[in-house]
Design a protein around this ligand. Structure first.
Ligand code: NAD
Ligand code: UFG
Length: 336
């Protein structure tokens, strides 16, 4: 199929492009470069046997996106393009709502202009908000606490209504904490000063950019007091999209309305201190750290129940956290 990846030059979109190309799909990327770099096109084309096509453009530009879909005879869309920092979204809500919600609406209109109606959407565990129980299944109440999470939930609701009233095929994937990198060592997460996730920060400490890692909170109700998350390898996340495409197009059980939301996580949690220990074991590099106050809005534990993805998509995570750390670090130390 001809698959359009909005935001396909980013961390998760780029890895999904590699997986799609490997199994013979033609990949077309549309990306504004707001959080990526043009050089990623060449890197992706070095890794992939089949050429990946890319146009630089903003999904808010409905006319240009309409033309791109038309001229490349796109069959289906995976929608990654979004701004993704919960913390930045608190100081810039309107920018997040415009990019993430208006961007999604613009994409829908461009697809309608071309009479295509199937889409896989990158959503996030942040739509759940503070966990009422762990692991969280897809029935967990949705109560996002920042504009980023709200932008994802509102986009989900718009897409679900298209499935309900307009016969669209929609699959919503809620990622937990993607980490790792492709084993080629040349494509991964190009961390910048806006990256405030744990692994990019840890890598920068290991590389000597910072003297120590700030651990945000040591008094959560967890075994060692530090935050626990469900870290999932990015190639496993990419595979979740492949399985979703198969389910959407090749499985008679696909019900556009009621079986369309899936958690992508491992089902197990790792604390910040455990992650430091694993990193030290894998790389042999000692990480200095300091405890600091909790970040605003951080929760103690956030773990996926991924059993629905297993049941419907025949998907589960395969890559160990150690392997992810190894691949992520090998990429980071050579490229960032
Ligand atoms: P990323 O920032 O690396 O990639 C997003 C890409 O989208 C970037 O290349 C950026 O330039 C592009 N983009 C953003 N706005 C655009 C616009 N208006 N028009 C065209 N391109 C635009 O992020 P990622 O980690 O690859 O995340 C991909 C998706 O997954 C996002 O929707 C994000 O919200 C979601 N998600 C990510 C995580 C995570 O921890 N990485 C967790 C849950 C959900
Ligand atoms: N942490 C530190 N020090 C750091 C960075 C993080 O101690 O320098 C801790 C956090 O307090 C948390 C854990 O490491 O306990 C993980 O933090 P991340 O920032 O890596 O990830 P979050 O779980 O806070 O958020 C991520 C994405 C969100 C997404 C969410 C759920 O950044 O976009 O997972 O999918 F919504």
């Amino acid at each position: 199929m001809n698959v359009l990846l909005t935001g396909g030059l980013g961390f998760i979109g780029g890895h999904t492009a590699i997986s799609l190309s490997r199994i013979g799909h033609s990949v077309y990327i549309y990306d504004s470069l707001i959080n990526s770099d043009k050089t990623s096109i060449e890197i992706l084309n070095q890794i992939c046997d089949n050429e990946i096509f890319c146009q630089i453009g903003d999904i808010l530009d409905t006319k240009s996106l309409t033309r791109f879909i038309e001229s490349n005879k796109i069959d289906t869309v995976i929608h990654f393009a979004a701004l993704k920092s919960p913390f930045e979204s608190i100081s810039n809500p309107s920018i997040y709502f415009n990019n993430n919600i208006s961007g999604t609406i613009s994409l829908i209109r461009a697809m309608e202009n071309n009479k295509i109606n199937s889409l896989i959407f990158s959503s996030s565990a942040s739509v759940y908000g503070p966990p009422e129980y762990n692991p969280m299944d897809e029935k967990h109440p949705e109560n996002p606490i920042n504009p980023y999470g709200k932008s994802k939930l509102l986009s989900e609701k718009i897409l679900k209504d298209l499935a309900k009233f307009q016969d669209w095929k929609i699959i919503i994937l809620r990622y937990f904490n993607p980490i790792g990198a492709h084993k080629s060592r040349i494509f991964g997460e190009f961390a910048n000063e806006k990256s405030n996730n744990l692994l990019p920060y840890l890598y920068r400490v290991a590389k000597g950019d910072f003297e120590f890692l700030s651990i945000y909170g040591n008094n959560f109700d967890t075994g060692d007091g530090t935050g626990i998350r469900d870290y999932i390898d990015v190639m496993d996340v990419a595979d979740g999209h492949i399985k979703s495409l198969e389910y959407m197009f090749n499985n008679d059980n696909y019900k556009k309305d009621n079986a369309s939301i899936f958690n992508l996580g491992t089902g197990t949690g790792v604390s910040v201190l455990e992650m430091i220990e694993l990193f030290e074991q894998v790389t042999g590099i000692e990480i200095k750290y300091k405890f600091e106050d909790r970040r605003q809005g951080d929760v103690g534990i956030c773990i996926a129940d991924p059993s629905k993805a297993m049941e419907y998509l025949n998907w589960k995570s395969k890559i160990t956290t150690e392997e992810s750390i190894n691949n992520g670090w090998n990429f980071f130390k050579n490229n960032c």
